[in-house]
Design a protein around this ligand. Structure first.
Ligand SMILES: CC(C)(COP(=O)(O)OP(=O)(O)OC[C@H]1O[C@@H](n2cnc3c(N)ncnc32)[C@H](O)[C@@H]1OP(=O)(O)O)[C@@H](O)C(=O)NCCC(=O)NCCS
Length: 157
């Protein structure tokens, strides 16, 4: 298993579409997660540079010649270096340290650039809660549909 930083490719976007459908109920307490993901990962968004409105960064894990997991960051125009992110691992590859490897890359990037990563934990997503707790995320707020939003401040802050 190797973990690579990639630019937008059709291979990657196919993967995202697939995981959107598979993970959306597990991941978010909203109906249109697939649409939201497609918007966040639009190629022109991925191509934007850090510091410009609407930029994204994506790390993927590849195994057996294809993408089996991804972690992302994306700018939503929030002030003070606050960015949002997704992470997901295909089921057969879970519990083998893939998310840990991607998270290490992603948080190193956040630390290096002074970014605070924010993300939701859907109600009952115990794996996500455990995973985020292990990485030192703090609880921010609970939204009206029950997602718990957690954040990770840059270590240099
Ligand atoms: C959450 C998710 C990304 C974890 O991916 P993963 O590759 O299986 O995670 P790892 O193997 O790197 O596990 C890292 C740690 O997270 C925690 N963890 C991961 N899955 C867990 C589970 N099902 N139950 C409890 N703890 C879990 C554990 O502390 C684990 O360490 P351990 O295996 O030494 O106990 C994966 O389950 C997933 O894709 N879920 C659907 C999408 C999602 O919920 N994303 C949001 C995550 S914030």
């Amino acid at each position: 298993m190797s973990v690579d930083l990639v630019e937008a490719t059709s291979e990657f976007l196919d993967h995202v579409e697939r995981v959107c459908v598979e993970n959306q109920t597990e991941r978010f307490a909203v109906d249109n997660a697939g649409e939201l993901f497609a918007r966040f990962y639009a190629p022109k968004r991925l191509a934007k540079r850090l510091g410009e409105p609407g930029w994204s960064r994506v790390w993927v894990a590849r195994a057996e010649g294809r993408i089996v997991a991804h972690a992302s960051l994306y700018d939503q125009g929030e002030p003070d270096g606050v960015v949002f992110g997704h992470i997901s691992v295909e089921r057969p590859w879970r519990r083998s340290g893939v998310a840990d490897a991607l998270q290490a890359e992603r948080l190193a990037f956040c630390d290096a650039h002074g970014l605070t990563l924010v993300g939701p934990i859907a109600p009952g997503n115990d794996a996500s809660a455990k995973f985020c707790g292990r990485w030192g995320f703090q609880v921010g707020w609970v939204d009206r549909v029950g997602n718990t939003w957690v954040f990770h401040s840059p270590q240099s802050a």
